[in-house]
Design a protein around this ligand. Structure first.
Ligand code: SF4
Ligand code: FES
Length: 251
């Protein structure tokens, strides 16, 4: 396949970025999107040019690091897929593809397609944990959890912290991410001691970190590679309401 790429190039956090055009003539449809970028980078290195910086690690849809906006959509055109799991067969010979970093106030660009997503770590630190001593690996079924709660908690736990939900949201809100963490822990017995303070502390932290508010647009759930549903946000709101009625306050 012949592909024209228009890639966001930005030398550092303070530099002004711009789109740069590159042509590739030897793209195979079975390549992943990241492998295609590897081909571009090999070519740039051989030409003595600076390769395009982008985050990646597992390349298996697990780690959440392959953050980039492809033709205006976080993680590209294929639904429920990370960029590393997107293949070039979803594009046509002769296509022009725009590749940009996440665009959100809370995720500033570090270089090219790499953004600083440490704000997510701070939200987790504000409440994404359990304080009970869970000891060593327990016997399966030692703590009874009903099937529906176990399944819902497991589904919420599949959030990989990629940040696509924030990048897709016109408000730059992190509600889907936060709600996945709150739902994951709040549905399990081990998560009950901090259930209310967890919700209000994580919400307060995301507000402090410049994420926008949620206005129920729903763009987040559309691009989430793990299919975290909007119902998670209802669960978060439910816990925040419970905390407020109980008189709990953010730390
Ligand atoms: S909720 Fe979905 S889109 Fe948002 S960080 Fe988690 S996996 Fe990524
Ligand atoms: S590189 Fe790990 S999810 Fe894409």
């Amino acid at each position: 396949m012949r592909i024209t790429l228009r890639v966001w190039r930005q030398k550092n956090a303070d530099a002004k970025g711009k789109m740069a055009k590159y042509k590739l003539d030897d793209v195979e449809e079975d390549m992943s999107f990241l492998e295609m970028l590897d081909v571009l980078n090999e070519k740039l290195i051989l030409q003595g040019e600076d390769p395009v910086s982008f985050d990646h690690d597992c390349r298996e849809g697990i780690c959440g690091s392959c953050a980039m906006v492809i033709n205006g959509t976080p993680h590209g055109p294929q639904k429920n897929t990370t960029t590393c799991q997107l293949h070039m067969r979803h594009f046509k010979d002769g296509d022009t593809i725009d590749v940009e970093p996440w665009r959100a106030r809370a995720f500033p660009v570090i270089k090219d397609l790499v953004t600083d997503r440490s704000a997510f770590d701070q939200i987790i630190q504000a409440g994404g944990y359990v304080s009970v001593n869970t000891g060593s690996a327990p016997e399966a079924h030692a703590t009874p959890v009903d099937k529906v709660s176990a399944d819902d908690a497991f589904d919420a736990a599949t959030c990989i912290g990629c940040g696509a939900c924030v990048a897709a949201c016109p408000n730059g809100s992190s509600m889907l991410f936060t709600s996945a963490k709150v739902t994951h822990l709040g549905l399990l017995p081990q998560g009950q001691p901090e259930r209310q303070t967890r919700a209000i502390n994580m919400l307060a932290k995301q507000d402090e970190l410049d994420f926008g508010g949620c206005t129920n647009v729903g763009a987040c759930a559309e691009v989430c590679p793990k299919g975290i549903p909007l119902a998670s946000i209802s669960q978060l709101n439910h816990d925040v309401l419970g905390a407020t009625l109980a008189g709990a306050r953010a730390d």
